[in-house]
Design a protein around this ligand. Structure first.
Ligand code: NAI
Length: 308
């Protein structure tokens, strides 16, 4: 199993590290445009192998896509992250050009690759990869909901004063502060709805803190986060590589599901060896349906800025 990670920055290196630590891939190639950067990150990570006891071979490349040839899975993290006060949508101008070039270069050397898009604005970048490559829709997956759901569970556990392993919940919709739809009505603590334990105010607090989860970290760090994004990406990669048939909310191309068409947006999907093996349509309340439609309008507005 060969995995390429394009962009050896904060998120790319973190996800390469988690993939290696989980020891399921034979090879990870890190690729970056910055001279020597991916090679350096790869060497540093390889020097953790004997300490962390993994056998995955990590190598680096400065923009030489021949090194990525025959990749089964590729992760696109190349591009700029947001700074405090910025929205993810503001990154489109620079990142669209980068993501388009990277996706087509990857395909030239790995015709059977499944692509996971991380660069922001992620839903629009995922849509762009569809338009630019024409790959079947099961092989293009946007990572956002897995991270947002992890942040949702973190806040749920805080509000409930419960261990994280006791809580479950999911965030669908667009991967943006305004577009996220944390499904608080479906969230559970040991299979019991959280509304049994939390006041309306507390539930609103969980939802609002989840939606600004990325912005909160950007404010603290001066740039966007990397540990949880890297861990979320590695979970998606592992589900595909190990054919786990696991369910994650991911940005997928919709053709009528959730009454949406010609858009990539976060919905629950089953990930296995064929990438997106199924889009799961869960029952939403009228209020959740309305939020999903509103979120989709926001994503479509950003898609309208693309030149494809
Ligand atoms: P970073 O700045 O640490 O790393 C980005 C890397 O991409 C840099 O090393 C840069 O040299 C490289 N790069 C730029 N152009 C390239 C090209 N044409 N080819 C190859 N490499 C190129 O940024 P970070 O923090 O790793 O974030 C990366 C992207 O991921 C950003 O767009 C950020 O907004 C996004 N992100 C998305 C998340 C999600 O949930 N979807 C979560 C966190 C970040």
């Amino acid at each position: 199993m060969k995995v390429t990670v394009v962009g050896a920055g904060a998120v790319g290196a973190s996800c390469a590290e988690y993939i290696a630590m989980k020891n399921f891939a034979s090879e990870v190639v890190l690729l970056d445009i910055k001279e020597g950067y991916a090679e350096g990150k790869a060497m540093d990570l390889m020097q953790t192998a004997s300490l962390n006891k993994f056998d995955t071979k990590i190598s680096g490349s400065t923009n030489d896509y021949s090194k990525t040839a025959g990749s089964d899975i590729a992760v696109i993290t190349s591009g700029i992250p947001r700074k405090p006060g910025m929205t993810r949508e503001e990154l489109i101008g620079i990142n669209a050009g980068i993501v388009k070039t990277v996706a087509t270069s990857l395909l030239e050397h790995s015709p059977n690759v499944t692509i996971i898009v991380v660069s922001n604005p992620m839903d629009t970048m995922t849509y762009l990869v569809h338009k630019a490559t024409g790959l079947p829709k099961n092989r293009i997956i946007g990572m956002g909901g897995a991270l947002d759901s992890a942040r949702f569970k973190y806040r749920l556990a805080q509000a409930l004063e419960a261990p994280i392993s006791d809580v479950d919940g999911m965030v669908i919709g667009g991967h943006s502060d305004k577009g996220m739809v944390p499904l608080i009505g479906h969230a559970t603590r040991n299979s019991v709805k959280v509304s049994e334990f939390l006041s309306e105010d507390k539930m609103n607090w969980v939802v609002e803190e989840t939606k600004v989860g990325g912005a909160t970290l950007t404010g603290l760090l001066g740039t966007s986060a990397w540990y949880a994004p890297g861990a979320a990406v590695s979970g998606l990669v592992q589900a595909i590589a190990c054919d786990q048939k696991k369910m994650f909310p991911c940005s997928a191309l919709l053709e009528g599901e959730y009454d949406l068409n010609d858009i990539c947006i976060g919905v629950p999907v089953i990930l296995g060896k064929n990438g997106i093996e199924k889009i799961v349509e869960i029952e939403l309340s009228d209020a959740e349906k309305a939020k999903m439609q509103e979120s989709a309008e926001g994503v479509k507005k950003t898609n309208g800025l693309l030149e494809v």
